[in-house]
Ligand binder design. Structure first.
Ligand SMILES: [Zn+2]
Length: 64
């Protein structure tokens, strides 16, 4: 039996190094919209400029 312990999650620290599209590997994203959510986070909807794949990321609000 294999336990799934490594779940890929969006880490805000990685955003400083650059977000990569999992589909085509490019790093160019267009932000469709940004919106604060409860819990002190900012949700961003992004779209890859190359392949058009969309992903949602959460970042910490405030602080920086
Ligand atoms: Zn892409």
């Amino acid at each position: 039996m294999v336990e799934e312990t490594t779940r890929k999650r969006w880490d805000p620290a990685e955003s400083k190094r650059g977000l990569e599209c999992r589909h085509c590997g490019c790093k160019h994203f267009r932000v469709i919209y940004t919106r604060p959510t409860w819990g002190g986070r900012i949700m961003r909807r992004r779209e890859c400029r190359h392949c058009g794949k969309r992903m949602t990321t959460w970042e910490r609000a405030g602080g920086t």
